[in-house]
Design a binder for this molecule. Sequence first.
Ligand code: AHG
Ligand code: MN
Ligand code: MN
Length: 335
Amino acid sequence: MTHKKQTLGEFIIENQSSFQYSSGELSSLLNSIRLAAKVVNHEVNKAGLVDIIGAAGDTNIQGEDQQKLDVYANDKFIQTLTKRNIVCGIASEEEDDFVAINSQDENHQNKYVVLIDPLDGSSNIDVNVSVGTIFSIYRRVTPVGTPVQLEDFLQKGSEQVAAGYVVYGTSTMLVYTTGDGVNGFTLNPAIGSFYLSHPDMQFPEDGNIYSVNEGNYIHFPQGVKNYIKYCQEEEEDRPYTSRYIGSLVSDFHRNMIKGGIYLYPQSSKNPNGKLRLLYECNPMAFLAEQANGKSSDGFTRTMDVEPTELHQRVPFICGSKNMVEKAEEFMRNAK
Ligand code: AHG
Ligand code: MN
Ligand code: MN
């Protein structure tokens, strides 16, 4: 029996009505992310060729400076998101401050803000290992038609209206939620379309993979150290398997499919951890909860953390529900 797979474009339109503010604007916004993802994918996939086909020096054939891929990805996402009159502001890992859109035009109706990590895991680019893009979408809280403000970006994760990631891996996938479950789409590069390949993704409640940069063990809080030792103990279902790519998107994606836990804890060197609340942890937390998983800093639900600055960092523990709860138990007991 042949079974026609739904494209991402079809899926976005068909599911538009289940979104509480279904006006077509969010669909259009998701479509611009879909478009930028394809453009960035194309560039990521020829990363190894840059030295071979790149023009001499640091400039390309049009005389533009050859850019690092994370700057390239940042520019492409910002350009694409700016074109349609939907987004009033963008915050990005690559921008010190947020970018305001149409702030001089009093008639604009742009309602959404987008926060992005344009290229996550970028240290993996040079070694041909998977990288990703993470995005998070909110409705602005200040009045439409006025210039976007910092407070439009500093919303709690629980206010997100959509979030997702693109993983540029052995295949390229776009995975997202609008608060009604998580769906994954795989790019067919020959055709240039994403197809629904992973409907209704769910974290298994339990798992046997733990993902943490164990090189930092000595600097971890006692609760995390104890949990890592627990993962390594000889028991019926343990020791667990250790898998760490060093690219949050890829580590999360694997754990969601196979069952596992990702930890980037605070350390004596980085008291708030490394990962950024607004464009790394919150979107992943939204996806995790929508996929029956869990996310916290060890004590507080990630999406309940009150943001105070754009590039704020938080400790991050995320994955299969029972595993995250076990890690939280170790954190509480070590206090
Ligand atoms: P980015 O490339 O956007 O700066 O993010 C890298 C992040 C995350 O993707 C990854 O899980 C983590 O940094 C790895 O950090 P360590 O190398 O310290 O383990
Ligand atoms: Mn990142
Ligand atoms: Mn990045």
